[in-house]
Design a protein around this ligand. Structure first.
Ligand code: FNR
Length: 394
């Protein structure tokens, strides 16, 4: 829980703060608590290309839409007269205690949203001791992001480069800077066809944002004729060359597992057979995700696949859910369907775009308050005990 919030439940604390401030001073919260209004505000305040980079999805964006629709397939059935005065939302993941079962999803190129980029988001996560996943495409080097996070749980998300030595180097840098797990994103061997970005001819990496981990990497620098500081354009072009390795197959995961002692989490899994393969080839966890609908148009909603994957590998691996989490009730549903934790993506990116570190912090505070109250109002006092009995099909 936050520094200033040590003994009060998230929900009650936030409600008291906003209602008291509102009634005494007439001030309303800086950041809209409703996701739709948050998004609208971000649309008003950000440059069009930055907003579209976050908001956009692959093709017609039907996947993004269906990610949300899928949450409507389940309704919560609260229980009453159960003591919920005190809540413990903590969960244990890979032997580490998380105060809340909510991680900040890896989001690249945050520098297009705010000048402090990932550093601002990491500071906000640290203020609430919320686990943060640093992207390979972070706009600041992973070492600097780790420093901002301090003792806050931190995972590093790896885009597996075509250059094996570069991949190894990134993994070892993550280990050296104290990251607690490695998230390997497997759904991006190619960048999806994102019509908004294509229409604008906009890719942040080519403008030099989101390639800090490459520019600061000795293996990557060795590939360049001139250092990135002298020729940014050439560095950006080289990044495009090495960014991904579309030839990977499952045995490659064994190789990666052999490179590190960190737990490995495979992100971007939608088929139960793939979940099983991931575990067989060394993964300790899986993120059920369709990348927020940014990769494949017409794709299955991530939530729809969660129960089947939970049945297949639930006891054998940690299960994280991502893609479409907007409010507390969404997290409750995902946990009830078998996830151990969820990732929050676009909402915090909008908070960053609106007001930097404080914007992210407020989005997170609102989210946790909503989640805490929803858990309590379902008649539960721990996040871990949410199960299928909490839900009915709509
Ligand atoms: C992402 N996502 C992502 N995933 C990843 O593994 N590495 C990355 O660098 C990025 N970068 C990124 C940038 C932006 C602007 C967005 C919106 C998303 C995907 C992210 O981790 C997560 O899967 C989605 O955000 C989940 O969808 P929702 O819930 O945000 O809609």
């Amino acid at each position: 829980m936050s520094d200033d919030n040590t003994s009060t439940p998230y929900g009650r604390f936030r409600q008291t703060t906003v209602y008291t401030t509102g009634m005494l001073t007439g001030e309303t919260p800086e950041i809209p608590p409703a996701y739709e209004a948050l998004k609208q505000r971000a649309a008003e305040e950000l440059e069009g290309e930055a907003y579209d980079y976050v908001a956009g999805g692959a093709g017609s964006e039907s996947t993004k839409h269906h990610n949300r629709v899928a949450f409507g397939d389940y309704r919560i059935v609260p229980r009453v007269m159960r003591d919920t005065a005190e809540r413990d939302l903590s969960v244990e993941v890979f032997g580490q205690s998380f105060d809340v079962p909510v991680l900040l999803a890896p989001i690249g190129a945050q520098g297009i949203l705010h000048e402090d980029g990932d550093l601002a988001s990491a500071r906000a996560a640290a203020r609430l001791n919320m686990p943060y996943v640093c992207s390979t495409q972070s706009s600041e080097p992973l070492e600097d992001v780790a420093e901002e996070l301090g003792d806050t749980p931190k995972w590093f998300q790896l885009y597996w480069s075509e250059d094996r030595e570069l991949t190894e180097s990134l993994v070892h840098r993550a280990e050296d800077s104290g990251y607690d797990a490695l998230v390997v994103t497997l759904d991006t061997p190619h960048l999806g066809w994102r019509e908004r970005d294509v229409s604008r001819g906009f890719l942040p990496f080519l403008a030099g944002d989101g390639i800090a981990n490459y520019a600061s990497d000795p293996v990557f620098r060795d590939r360049l004729a001139q250092p990135p500081e002298e020729n940014e354009q050439a560095a950006a072009q080289e990044f495009v060359e090495v960014f991904s390795n579309p030839s990977l197959t499952w045995p490659d995961l064994d190789w990666l597992a052999g490179q590190t002692d960190l737990p490995i989490v495979c992100k971007g899994i939608l088929h139960p057979d793939d979940a099983e393969q991931a575990v067989e080839h060394g993964a300790d966890g899986v993120v059920v995700s369709n990348h927020g609908g940014r990769q494949v148009d017409g794709e299955v909603a991530a939530l729809r696949q969660l129960p089947t994957i939970a049945r297949r590998i639930g006891g054998d691996a940690t299960l994280i859910f991502d893609s479409g989490i907007r409010r507390g009730a969404d997290a409750v549903k995902a946990l009830a369907l078998g996830a151990d934790a969820v990732m929050l993506g676009r909402p915090y990116a909008y908070g960053l775009g609106i007001d930097g570190e404080d914007g992210v912090h407020e989005v997170l505070e609102n989210f946790l308050a909503d989640f805490d109250l929803t858990v309590a109002l379902t008649g539960h006092d721990t996040a871990g005990e949410l199960d299928r009995d909490v839900l009915v099909e709509a």
